[in-house]
Design a protein around this ligand. Sequence first.
Ligand SMILES: [Zn+2]
Length: 240
Amino acid sequence: MPGNFKTEAIVLRSIRYGEADRIVHLYTAARGRVGAIAKGSRRPKSRFGGRLEPFFRLDLVLHEGRGELMTVTGAATVDGYGTLRSDGARIGAAARACDAVLRLLDAAEPNTAAYNLLRSYLELLDGPQGEAGSRPGVALAFRAKLALASGFAPELASCARCGEAQHLSAFSGAAGGVVCAGCEGEGFPLSEEAHTFLVSALGSPLADAPDAGAPALRAAERAIGETLEHHAHVKLRSAA
Ligand SMILES: [Zn+2]
């Protein structure tokens, strides 16, 4: 239904378009994933200024017409995350997070858990713990929580094939979770450290995300990645 609506949104990607326009991929609080054109936004005196860039959190007025793209008619900055922007590692972490949201959440429907998760991660990267926020354990915890928010969290409590609660020694993306010794034929070995990391990453706030050794983090990333490939049909770039 054509008309204007207001929403808070985070800019995931910003692409130059035509002579003076910009197309922005947004994750909005009200509508989920939205694409919009900002006409004239690359003119020097544009009222949008420089705020239609990745990671900006904005209060937007969007016009929904008949076309696929909405039109940005108003934009005010809620937070530009200036500290995040001053550090290459944090920018890299924020860019990988936005890329994962782009790939995994492509529906134009609200997902409050996913929106708040992305906002929390950008706030963490921008804050006093920001440097720690770009460490691999936190980046991977973000990804595990994003899988949960999008409905594709791996089963971690019991065998995803037969329900057995003991001897959970492997992980199967096809089964969508840990598998027991009797069902492990289709999976890859998952160490106790990697299993504990995943449970703890899903159960803690991002700022308290656990740490683990590099092999355990690699296995945990593979577990999330294979679950999303099998069940969401999405392949993510490496998490860190
Ligand atoms: Zn089993």
